[in-house]
Design a protein around this ligand. Structure first.
Ligand SMILES: [Mg+2]
Length: 104
């Protein structure tokens, strides 16, 4: 239960919500959606790069892109007015299905 509460608190953190709303106000929702697409593409590129050059590569770039995408996902939840409950319910359903598929 503590873990669920931590997840909910992260999704409703007033400081983060304030930042996401300010970004939409400054650049517009359309621009932020485009930015999300761009960040997803950067992560895709980084993941492919990791597969090809993993031995010589530091993790910094991957961590950087993962953080960018996580921020954009949170921002898209705010842009499209998806409530924390809706998001966490869907996420829990998907994790439950994944867990079932892993069971023997
Ligand atoms: Mg990026």
């Amino acid at each position: 239960m503590k873990k669920v509460m931590q997840e909910i608190m992260m999704l409703v953190d007033p400081e983060l919500i304030k930042i996401y709303k300010a970004a939409s106000k400054k650049w517009g929702d359309h621009s932020q959606v485009m930015m999300c697409v761009e960040e997803c593409a950067e992560l895709q590129k980084e993941l492919l790069h990791m597969l090809r050059h993993s031995k010589n590569k530091s993790m910094d770039s991957l961590i950087d892109e993962l953080a960018d995408v996580q921020i954009m996902i949170e921002q898209m939840r705010v842009v499209f007015k998806i409530t924390p409950l809706e998001f966490l319910t869907k996420r829990a359903d998907k994790l439950r299905r994944l867990k079932q598929r892993l069971e023997p």
